[in-house]
Design a protein around this ligand. Structure first.
Ligand SMILES: Cc1cc2nc3c(=O)[nH]c(=O)nc-3n(C[C@H](O)[C@H](O)[C@H](O)COP(=O)(O)OP(=O)(O)OC[C@H]3O[C@@H](n4cnc5c(N)ncnc54)[C@H](O)[C@@H]3O)c2cc1C
Length: 863
């Protein structure tokens, strides 16, 4: 094997390159290969003495990948795939490093790498359109494109422990392990930290040391790796069609081919849930977590079932109950911190010479010359091992003084958290790329797949620039802000932000708390990156001699779960409702509603009939679990006056009942075309009159009656308010109108912009109107309440509009008209939502915030 020193410094006369790459790990090596293949001159600068990156530095005992070796390898070179055989399911650090050295040698990559050289600064010069790179060895190199392939976990976090420089014995960092190894035989050893590196190294250190004391601040969820040969079925799958296997990985959620889960953890019996968890445990693969249940990272109660299962496994393994309890994570949800794979980790605590110290109970007060002192005890050690983790994702980037246009630095720009477009570039820093940067799937994925995707994207981008005689590329501020918003939207529907994890920057003092990676999935992300290119580099400004092409825009404006739902519906290729008969459409929507999960539990549900001149009207009453009496809300379902029932809106009513602590009376009304206008508003008004007259017997509070409705139901809710106002009663103290129909005008911009692709389409809306009312009737305020002459005196209103809803602008117009008439109005615009998603309880988590605000507004009506 070649030694590091042989590669220490490649000297070269050349100091100007098309591309400078920082880092020679998996990413840097593939970049060099690819850039050379495309004919770009490139130079890599690497702080380490040889290639390998992570696998050069992290040589601690037990260091391995925790993604199957066959998945954790390059896919760009079929010859390499055929010639390299991994010896284990999870390869060790030495084997992965050998693999990278082999790749470097095979493609003669080292000749373009300067080792033992740390990049200290990079500055952009607008006039020459070049980057000037300076290193700790005093080199100055210029380049047109500057790519940081510096890794997400390459900046060790310095231990923030009082006295850490004082210890006179051996000190080791898992992330900077001596190349010659360490012999702990006969020694008293301390390990500080129980993240992945601690969990991997502790069993092996324990096997050598005379005494091992582990200092734990946060216990972590860890699964048994069951390491050994690569499982035969996985190997067969890979070898039978390697190219197809890789393609499946590229379009999977985390970069490993797997079957996605299809059911939530609470939708199966306890016995089945346990059986699935046992199978997951036995598989010894992190990817199985995602293919067991759909909602483990979305739903607290679901996640808790897995947490309990794992805690049970820890209790069954660790003999000392107090130690088992200390090792059991209770302060975060499973997956919200990087879960670990281990070999005999929990078993190690059954060894007599191994002791666990809970730093939550007895924190370290200081490190002394001879050991460690905690709040309750002093320990003497021969060696201390720090497994204290990394300043993840942003650390290696902001460690370099990168100055972009107008003298701004990345460090300053990212002071409140990283701002990127696609995790690939940042506005104000032309021609500067990051591989697996913040805002991309990176550490939430099989990094090999994400690295290759980024390298391919960057290289294709440079190739496209060259082909079009362009030289400079930079994202627009709008595109970047849109992407940052989308990254946050994705994170915010998950449990991830609830944990104090390194994903959130929480392990580094003073680091902003921002969820760093993109949680939308490798597949979705790849789709986005491809779309950006297909739309002619949407969100970028590209310029070159005599030309400047600005293609401003935001690539993802829908909420992520809405986007997924639409994609799923498109893939089902469902028939169009507006091409069905009303009966057919009703049956179809009923069928769809039956597949939806129910809403939350309420105190009581009563079905009843309320009398009306034209026949009894069925209603469903939802009573909160809290002691009554309660305020009462009469609710009208959506469905374009043609479809729907209290069944179709049942989850939404339950949700609002619980959130607003009010009785909800969801009333049906006669449907068109059998009963055309004005049957529906007449029924709705009759229902409100009846409820008003029976408030107390329904468990209501006298004088506390409001109305609420969604879509056509929102139309009826406000029409009822107008009718009550004209009739002198009943008294209504508020109206909550959720994406309501308020007019029959199809010319508003929201119809033009969003009338085709977001479930409620213009043709469907026309179909509803045609069944409901004659053209002349449509202009009547009982059909189009926006057309009422006088809106003054109506009850306070909440008007909810959705960004991607043809009805958005008429909702907005109604809110404005109410306000102009002196009515108290709150307008709640729902960004990234569609007409149907605000009411889609449990399907669209991103609209939960809107539902909470609706409930708050309803409570406000009664104050
Ligand atoms: C112990 C451990 C286990 C892991 N296991 C897995 C796994 O199983 N699966 C998985 O997907 N991921 C895993 N990872 C993540 C791992 O980092 C990536 O998979 C992958 O190795 C990253 O490759 P990279 O080339 O992007 O970055 P790195 O391998 O981190 O390489 C970056 C290189 O950049 C150099 N560098 C940084 N800053 C500078 C500078 N200013 N000047 C010069 N050089 C610089 C560093 O010295 C380093 O060599 C693991 C990480 C660790 C720490």
């Amino acid at each position: 094997m070649t030694t590091d020193s042989e590669f220490a410094r490649v000297s070269s006369e050349k100091t100007d390159f098309d591309v400078v790459v920082v880092g020679a790990g998996f990413a840097g090596l593939y970049l060099l290969y690819k850039l050379r293949e495309l004919g770009f001159s490139a130079r890599a600068l690497e702080a380490a003495g040889d290639v390998g990156g992570t696998w050069y530095w992290n040589r601690y005992p037990g260091a391995r990948c925790d993604i199957l070796s066959i998945d954790y390898s390059y896919s760009f070179d079929p010859e390499l795939e055929a010639e390299w055989q991994w010896s284990e399911k999870y390869a060790t650090q030495p084997e992965i490093l050998r693999y990278l050295q082999h790749v470097a040698a095979k493609h003669d990559l080292r000749r373009d790498i300067v080792f033992a050289t740390r990049v200290e600064s990079a500055s952009w010069d607008d006039d020459s359109a070049q980057w000037l790179i300076r290193t700790d060895k005093g080199d100055e190199v210029t380049c047109r494109y500057y790519v940081m392939a510096t890794g997400c976990l390459s900046m060790p976090k310095a231990p923030d422990i009082e006295g850490s420089g004082r210890f006179r014995g051996e000190v080791h960092y898992t992330s900077r392990w001596p190349h010659e190894g360490v012999d702990f035989t006969g020694k008293r050893v301390a390990v500080i930290g129980t993240g992945s590196s601690g969990i991997q190294s502790i069993p092996l250190i324990a096997a050598q040391a005379e005494q091992l004391t582990v200092f734990q601040r946060t216990p972590n969820f860890s699964f048994p790796a069951h390491n050994g040969p690569i499982p035969a079925h996985r190997l067969a799958d890979y070898e039978s069609d390697c190219a197809g296997y890789r393609e499946r990985a590229r379009w999977s959620r985390i970069g490993v081919p797997s079957e996605p889960a299809t059911i939530g953890a609470l939708q199966v019996s306890e016995a089945e849930r346990q059986a699935r968890y046992e199978a997951m445990w036995e598989a010894g693969e992190l990817v199985k977590i995602g293919s067991t249940f759909t909602d483990l990272i979305l739903n607290r109660a679901s996640n808790e079932t897995l947490a309990q299962f794992i805690r049970g496994k820890i209790r069954a393994t660790v003999r000392n109950p107090e130690t088992a309890d200390t090792l059991s994570p209770k302060d975060h949800y499973v997956i919200t911190k990087r879960p670990c794979l281990d070999t005999n980790y929990f078993e190690t605590y059954n060894l007599d010479h191994v002791r666990l110290i809970d730093l939550r109970k007895t924190p370290i007060t200081t490190i002394t010359e001879t050991g460690i002192t905690t709040a309750s005890e002093s320990f003497e050690f021969d060696a201390i091992v720090y497994a204290t983790g990394f300043d993840a994702m942003t650390g290696p980037i902001v460690a370099v003084n990168i100055t972009g246009r107008d003298g701004i630095t990345v460090r300053d720009k990212w002071a409140g958290g990283p701002l990127t477009y696609l995790g690939l570039m940042t506005t104000g820093f032309p021609n500067f790329f990051t591989v697996t940067g913040p805002g991309s799937p990176s550490v939430l994925s099989n990094m090999m797949v994400s690295i290759e995707q980024h390298v391919d994207w960057i290289c294709d981008c440079l190739k496209d620039l060259r082909a079009e005689n362009l030289a400079v590329i930079e994202p627009t501020a709008t595109a970047e802000a849109g992407w940052v918003q989308h990254v946050n939207d994705c994170a915010n529907i998950t449990l991830y932000p609830t944990a104090n994890s390194w994903y959130m920057g929480a392990n580094v003092p003073d680091k902003p708390r921002v969820f760093l990676p993109y949680v939308g999935g490798v597949d979705a992300y790849r789709g986005v990156c491809n779309e950006v290119v297909a739309q002619n580099y949407l969100g970028f400004v590209r310029s070159g001699p005599g030309q400047r092409r600005v293609n401003d825009g935001v690539i993802r404006r829908l909420q992520p779960d809405v986007q997924r739902m639409l994609k799923m519906l498109t893939s089902l290729n469902l028939p169009l409702m507006n091409e069905m008969s009303p009966e057919g459409a009703r049956a179809f929507s009923k069928e769809l509603a039956a597949t939806r999960p129910p809403g939350p539990e309420v105190g009581e549900i009563v079905d009843g009939l309320l009398p009306c001149a034209e026949g009894d009207i069925p209603y469903r009453l939802y009573r909160p679990a809290t002691p009554g009496p309660h305020p009462v809300v009469v609710y009208f379902h959506g469905g374009g006056w043609v479809l729907g029932s209290h069944d179709s809106d049942d989850p939404f009513c339950r949700d609002l009942c619980v959130r607003s602590n009010a009785v909800f009376v969801s009333v049906n009304y006669r449907h068109a075309p059998e009963h055309r206008f004005p049957a529906a508003p007449d029924d709705a008004f009759a229902a409100v009159q009846w409820v008003a007259n029976h408030l107390e017997s329904l468990g209501g509070v006298p004088g506390q009656l409001a109305v609420c409705g969604w879509s056509a139901g929102g139309n009826l809710a406000t029409v009822v308010c107008q009718m009550a106002s004209a009739a002198g009663g009943p008294e209504i103290c508020g109206q909550a109108l959720i994406t309501p129909v308020t007019d029959c005008d199809f010319s508003r911009p929201s119809y033009t912009a969003t009338g085709a692709n977001y479930i409620l389409t213009e043709p469907l809306m026309r179909w509803f109107w045609d069944h409901y009312a004659d053209p002349a009737d449509r202009l009547h305020p009982k059909a189009s309440p926006l057309r009422a002459q006088d809106l003054s005196g109506l009850p306070p209103a909440l008007v909810v509009t959705a960004e991607f809803d043809p009805l958005r602008d008429e909702g907005l117009a109604y809110a404005d008209a109410l306000a102009a008439a002196g009515v108290t109005v709150k307008h709640l615009p729902c960004r990234g939502q569609i007409h149907t998603s605000v009411t889609a309880v449990d399907l669209i988590l991103s609209s939960a915030k809107a539902r909470a605000e609706i409930a708050a507004a309803i409570r406000q009506f009664f104050q």
